[in-house]
Design a protein around this ligand. Structure first.
Ligand SMILES: [Mg+2]
Length: 181
């Protein structure tokens, strides 16, 4: 039986959104998320960190800063790096050719192939439309969380039109959509 993968946006989904985050001191995990990630792993889900970091492409900061922030997130959450089966940091600027940058589904499609993931059970979770669009482009379930970008009425309508569910946070999504308690 194929495993299910959960593709997780970072900023506004796992940690508080900070514009062009590059200082590990500004990493603040969202409440309850570490426990939820552990519960997902225990339930057999493979977790993927999938983050757009155009600040690297724009030369606002270096890739090392992204790694330092990711490490700080794991340290504060008391999680080991192997909580993630794989990590994709998409560094393209919006005006550059898009390879991995969401809404490109490339990382998701490659991971589905590499880890033999179930298309029906895998899911993308993020706070931006580009996150869910990557999931829609890959043909997997997509969910929006309200812990980052505000989900206004227009976005809620767009979500409904595309069968994208909206949840207060990742923990609520796991309970409401994956039926994991
Ligand atoms: Mg985000």
């Amino acid at each position: 039986m194929s495993l299910a993968g959960i593709f997780l946006d970072r900023d506004g989904t796992l940690i508080s959104h900070v514009d062009y985050l590059h200082n590990p001191e500004e990493v603040f995990p969202l409440q309850g998320i570490a426990e939820t990630l552990r519960a997902l792993r225990e339930a057999g889900y493979l977790l993927f960190l999938f983050t757009n970091q155009s600040g690297v492409g724009r030369e606002f900061f270096q890739m090392e800063a992204v790694h330092a922030c990711n490490s700080r997130m794991l340290e504060l959450m008391k999680l080991s790096p192997d909580i993630f089966a794989d990590v994709c940091i998409a560094t393209e600027r919006p005006d550059q050719p898009q390879i991995y940058r969401k809404p490109s589904p490339r990382f998701i499609l490659e991971s589905i192939e590499k880890f033999d993931l179930s298309l029906e059970k895998s899911c993308v979770v993020g706070d931006s439309w580009s996150d869910v669009e990557a999931g829609l482009n890959a043909g997997i379930l997509s969910a929006l969380v309200e812990t980052g970008n505000p989900v206004d009425d227009d976005l809620r309508l767009k979500a409904a039109e595309h069968q994208v569910s909206v949840h207060s946070d990742l923990t609520a999504m796991v309970v409401e959509k994956l039926d994991l308690r």
